[in-house]
Write a protein that binds this ligand. Structure first.
Ligand code: ADP
Ligand code: MG
Length: 700
């Protein structure tokens, strides 16, 4: 009989009610199972001793042998602290206790060799170690010491209450003792054999008490694989269920609209990537299941034409389509571009934004409901309840990261059947992240720019080179080009940012005076109508310089603009820099991006700037961004739940993620209901999954 892992942690010998409460509140450990899945953060070498004169001011954990030469009590604001002088043959340091002083005084002796272990501080010209783990040297050596001792996640409260790493290690040992180290296997034989994985029990033992570095590595691999495998399995099953349950409109035929456009009106040859993606979308739209697809493509990769041609498939099957964009400016641009494309085909299109006049709005509502209006483009105004379609077959959302999941699902309820949904994003999400977060969406990628694009020349310049930059701007303007100058806008320092923008505007105005030069300015404090007016002037070429905050980040298309100057570039994130740069390089001319910064740069800022100068590949930039910021920051908190991995790391364990996805996919392909006897272990584990919050609560 093996021990029941659902037993509350209170019952484990050495735990008791007080410790159990702390383990629950601090680490979320409720059961034996939770404890076994408390994986170490790292391992330290307890066979290595440091000398006091080798210590460095890096606050790392060290182990030292020495003797206590004396105690003193030092009064402090509240109570007193106990300080011991500690010496080895290389130097002296202090040990410090703020609590439990009586016990220390009674039990520790001067003149005897002790082994101390803990983090050191550099304070008042001396090293000190607060609340060291301390043992007589003889005792320390009689216990078997592993070269790799697990260090567990902890909190300040836990260590304050005496639940040290040593205590956690002890109760972990107790758990292995009671369970005899036997745990149920959770992966099928076939996968174990193919990947030469070690069994569950062996992996758990070695993750906590590594016998050798090799076994530790294999234990880590196995547990990471398992974690990622079950996440992928869950996502893929969700996707399959979605497809089988959620009936969508099927666009069976490719008809006149699509064919005529393709044959006679396509303004350019499609790239291979665009063709491939259109094929993927067509297959998906042709099936009975609702399409739920993410279209990723770098800025300028040509997503709009793909969106438009997808809409033509909808129109060919007598459905209405809509395209939603995050800002009024962007919606208007889409409207302009798409109306052009619609003209020769006689398709009716309208634009609906917050500023659409009531009288016109009424006409739109009517024509939507009676089916005269075929394509509706607009902002989130499209989501209002009054906007009712006769038969919405396809909803396209541009720049999807600006819209929440809730908004996405709102579009679904405009019909009795949900429309097919295509979400487009120009912020490339690294493949690994996309697989983990959007595993339940299908993904298409346009990974190729239209031919003939000149790569944008990107340089980094310091503020004191501004005069040269002004000179360069004048030369470009003389050639008939237009220029963006962008200032950061960050919520916390909005006032400062506004001041920077205005100061910048003034100095640019002085350098580029009227009437020879015209300057537009756009920022968040302006009324939308004024913004649009200024934007219009720039789009029409009436102004040569656009001074703006990041409001122009998304989507704006002015092919004649060839220079993007980003002020205080060190304050922007990588993906934002990349987005901004994408505003230029849209015409035939050579384009430039100038990143202006001060001399004071953090290491991360330097990496961001170097990456921008080196690379123009959005996916590569996104990978660097992921490494710098971590997945949580990139996806925002709403989705970070799924990224709450216990042992795997999406960035570092990319290969294992790919592998696990491959296995999850191929197993489900062979055996979608996991009915085969050899998959019973997966089914059992998977069934347990739905019951628990965290996958590690069911995997044991
Ligand atoms: P994004 O993916 O950033 O939305 P757009 O759809 O706005 O990109 O396309 C950027 C520019 O490239 C547009 O001016 C568009 O007309 C043009 N374009 C798109 N596809 C092609 C192509 N295959 N060949 C040439 N130009 C293209
Ligand atoms: Mg676009």
């Amino acid at each position: 009989m093996s021990v029941n892992l659902q037993t509350p942690i209170d019952y484990l010998k050495g735990v008791g009610p007080n410790r159990a409460d702390l383990l629950r509140s601090e680490l979320g450990i409720q059961t034996y199972q939770d404890l076994i899945n408390l994986f170490p953060n790292r391992y330290i070498d307890r066979t290595r001793y440091y000398k006091i004169n080798e210590l460095q001011r890096n606050n790392a954990e060290v182990q030292i042998v020495g003797v206590i030469t004396g105690f003193k009590e030092v009064a402090q604001k509240r109570g007193k602290r106990l300080v011991a002088n500690f010496r080895d043959d290389s130097g002296i340091m202090e040990l410090v206790w703020f609590r439990g002083q009586k016990w220390i005084r009674e039990n520790l002796k001067t003149g005897q060799p002790y082994v101390i272990f803990g983090k050191t501080n550099w304070f008042n010209g001396k090293y000190s170690m607060p609340h060291p783990e301390i043992e007589l040297q003889a005792e320390h050596e009689s216990n078997l010491r592993s070269a790799m001792q697990a260090i567990y996640p902890s909190t300040e409260k836990l260590s304050n209450k005496g639940i040290t790493n040593k205590v956690v290690t002890k109760i972990m040992q107790q758990l292995f003792l009671e369970s005899k180290g036997r745990f149920v296997e959770t992966l099928p034989d076939s996968v174990m054999t193919e990947l030469k994985l070690i069994p569950k029990s062996e992996a758990l033992f070695n993750i906590h008490f590594p016998k050798t570095p090799e076994l530790l590595a294999r234990a880590q691999f196995r547990l990471k694989f398992e974690e990622l495998f079950y996440i992928q399995l869950q996502l893929i099953i969700k996707n399959l269920i979605h497809k089988s349950k959620i009936k969508g409109f099927s666009f069976d035929k490719v008809g006149d609209y699509f064919n005529t456009f393709y044959k006679n009106h396509l303004p350019f040859e499609l790239t291979n990537a665009q063709k491939r993606v259109l094929k993927e979308i067509r297959l998906d739209l042709g099936s009975n299941a609702q399409m739920n697809r993410l279209l990723q493509g770098d800025v300028g990769s040509g997503k709009t034409i793909v969106a438009f041609m997808s809409m033509l498939m909808g129109l060919d099957n007598d459905f209405q389509c809509c395209l939603m964009a995050p800002t009024a400016i962007l919606s208007a641009q889409h409207y302009q571009g798409i109306s052009e494309l619609c003209k020769p085909l006689n398709i009716s299109v309208s634009l609906l934004t917050g500023s659409t006049k009531t009288s016109y709005r009424k006409i739109i509502h009517e024509n939507l409901e009676n089916g005269n209006l075929q394509i509706l483009i607009g902002t989130h105004a499209l989501l209002e309840d009054k906007v009712k379609f006769k038969n919405l077959g396809l909803a396209i959302i541009d720049e999807q990261h600006r819209f929440g999941v809730a908004q996405r699902s709102k579009l679904w309820h405009k019909n009795e059947l949900p429309p097919n949904v295509l979400v487009m994003t120009a912020t490339p999400i690294p493949r690994t992240l996309a697989m983990s977060v959007y595993g339940d969406l299908d993904i298409s990628v346009i990974d190729e720019l239209p031919a003939g694009r000149k790569p944008i020349k990107t340089v980094h310049r310091y503020d004191n080179n501004r005069l040269k930059v002004f000179k360069f701007m004048k030369d470009e303007i003389a050639l008939g080009r237009q220029i963006y100058i962008v200032y950061p806008l960050i919520q916390e320092s909005e006032k400062m940012d506004y001041k920077d923008l205005m100061d910048g505007y003034e100095s640019v105005s002085r350098e580029f005076p009227m009437p020879n030069y015209q300057i537009s300015i756009v920022h968040g404090k302006m009324k939308p109508a004024d913004k649009d007016y200024e934007m219009e002037r720039f789009v029409k070429g009436e102004t040569q310089i656009m001074v703006a905050t990041t409001v122009i980040e998304v989507g704006v298309n002015v092919p004649n603009a060839s220079v993007m100057i980003i002020e205080s570039a060190e304050r922007f994130g990588l993906s934002q820099l990349h987005q901004l740069r994408g505003r230029v390089g849209r015409g035939a001319e050579q384009s430039y991006c100038i990143l202006m910064t001060s001399h004071k740069l953090s290491q991360d800022s330097k990496t961001r700037l170097e990456t921008m100068v080196r690379s123009s590949d959005g996916f590569e930039i996104a990978e660097v961004d992921l490494k710098l910021r971590g997945p949580g920051d990139i996806m925002g908190t709403q989705q970070s739940g799924i990224l709450n991995l216990r042992i795997a790391d999406i960035v570092k364990d990319k290969d294992i993620l790919e592998q696990s996805r491959y296995y999850a996919k191929s197993i489900l392909k062979q055996d979608p209901s996991l009915a085969a006897p050899e998959h019973k272990v997966i089914l059992n584990t998977y069934r347990q999954m739905s019951k628990y919050r965290n996958i590690w609560n069911y995997i044991s």
